[in-house]
Unconditional design. Sequence first.
Length: 238
Amino acid sequence: MSTKYFLLSKHNHAGASNNEDNQLVFLNQRKVYILPQVNLEYYSKHGLFESALMDWCSQFMKQDKLFLDIGAHTGTYSISFSHLFREIHAFEPQRMTYNALCGGIALSHCSNIYAHRFGLGSPEQVGTQTLKIVSNDGGGSSLHHSDTHKILRTETIEIRTLDSLGLDNIGFIKMDVEDNELFVLKGGAETIRRSGCPPIVFESNHENVELFEYLKSEFGYNVFSISGSSNMYLASLQ
């Protein structure tokens, strides 16, 4: 049985021993998502981003398998799918976004989710890299230069390869890493083949010929656009 948590809040400037206005919140038997406040209006009206896509992805769930959430953000996919897989590995290198991911995992009592504060990439990218942050919601951050987004700040992150982690029995992969998808695949080719080339749902904001061709030539995947989404694709052996 995993430890369960509740929230205790105090005023910003209250001392630790000042208990005059404590607030206690216990979220019983609920999945909890810690989400960026800048998108509050959207969440209040529509719920989670990509909720329809997440429902569509449920066809790939296997409770005896692992799920890799590569570019996990604050964990909407990982937490939503926590009861559908034996084990989940969520990768999020951006510091505050990772902290929110861990908070949601703890408050949701998801003991089968492992959060990793590093990014995945190719062997050539291993080590420290500069992450370019382009929004205040933790989304869109990339290792690559962007001509379409203003860089707000940068953050030094760690990159490892998927193959270095020794994972296997993977049943499904979601990958959203802002143009680093090809590099992730090159650093995880052995792991993907060892797991029988599971389905991969991934983002591509343009027709990335090199990425699509690598998926086909290296693994034998077919690549399909996902109906209702302008930039999400499925790589599948079927």
